[in-house]
Design a protein. Sequence first.
Length: 558
Amino acid sequence: MKYNKLVEIYSELESTSKRLEKTDILAKFLKKVDDSDMANVMNLISGRVFPLWDSRNIGFSSRLLIKAISSSTGADVGRIEKEFNRLGDLGDVASLLLKTKTQQTLFSEKLTVKKVVENLKKLSELEGNGSVDRKIGLVAELLSNASAEEARYISRTVLEILRVGIADGIIKDSIAKAFGNDVTEIDEAFDLVSDHGEVAMLAKNNNLKSLKLRPGRPMKLMLAILAKNVQDGFSVVGSPAALEHKYDGFRLQVHNDGKTVKLFTRNMENVTTQFPDIVRNLKSSVNAKNYIIDCEAVGYSPNSGKYLPFQKISQRIKRKYDTDYVAREFPVELNIFDIIYYNGKSLLNNVFSYRRELLEKIIRQTKKKVVLSRLLITDDHNKAERFFKDSIKEGHEGLIFKSLNSVYRPGRYVGYMAKLKDVMDSLDLVIVKSEWGNGKRASWLTSYTVACRNGDDFLEVGKVSTGLKEKSEGDDKNNFYDMTKELKKIIISEKGKEVIVKPKIVVEVSYEEIQKSPTYSSKYALRFPRIITIREDKPLTEIATLDDVKKLYINQNK
């Protein structure tokens, strides 16, 4: 497929803000896409070159894109930066400069979807000396052969900020409409494989029912609804219920395909290399040929044995060297609480009570290495309250309520799970804006506007500027220097001191109370917010929703 055909669709999508119109535009287009192009087209429509489950990263900053635009158009960097400040979009800058290009390519070739994807995928593979120049060259090659409109969307795709108003919901609706499927079918398929291209192909060929769980391919995990007290927890899942301690660690899905053990975060990032200790411990702890298990890694002090909060061990998620040393300094205990696949069979449709009994048969527990989650099955509210207090006393966050008769539903906030925290004074939110600091902080982005989720939209709930350290200390990324470095990679536009960034970095934010506010798009504001930690393990689908904020506001006032 010629790339300009896809660009025409981008332009149509960008020209309307109506969800149904976008769905119609995309559905009609998908019917015409050849099988050989479907995977690439679906990824590009999503603003990516890799499917969601693939943790490879383009890693191309706005600074590098400015150099690529300069190389392909002949415009000097200063002019490009000036136009960027004026237009606020490097895609628009590239398009403008291509129209008045001073360097003409003698033999330009028509770009194809395949060529664009091939070049952009190579960006994730290049490392070592000279890799930066080679990366710039790959993007400049595309821009040199692009029309002005093609350059606009190539530039945006490189930065993974497509800006055509397309989110997962519209893409799923479009696949369903194009190939005559129920949206629920498409939803369930995507939650299993997290790959729009694969789901679209299966839908096109009327083959969604063939989709199976595959150890080694990360999936979306089942999610818990927020409960305000013990009674509310029971009302969500039913009574009697299975109660488990809610751990203050990071959730892992462990995949064993019979040969290799792989660890993925809830964000589907492969962190196997970072946790050699967990891999070793699992090999002697799980009696199964192959499996997928759902669990939580909880940090503890190697001296006292006491459990530690997430921020104390969060640095392990990104640490890819000296991992055995870090494992000794920041050890974790793996708490297993569910099993989704066992010895070649999916357990998604088996009830929780069966899945738990199976775990108790196949897990060999070793304290501070691999254990089953603490469990209480009861309909007694007083026993639940005591179990809740025991969890807090041990250093955990609270309780998880589970329905004994529930199946496992990936990626869903369903009435099968509810979470109850000790003090509901923190929210996982995403940074959408930032501001440059003053004085000695002038080179850092130090004030962050954070947002909750409402469907496919992100609504602002406040501005936070405290909680991070000034300087980097080892692998701890909770500081202004490292935060600035990461935010600069995802800048969408700048105006004065304010910077708008791609919603990507999730932070856990504490606050004193929630107030009504006309200032922010959510109509709520956090009073005295403070960043507790960066949640590198959390996907955007799991940040706080507007409904969560409303619920907390109502409960605090009661």
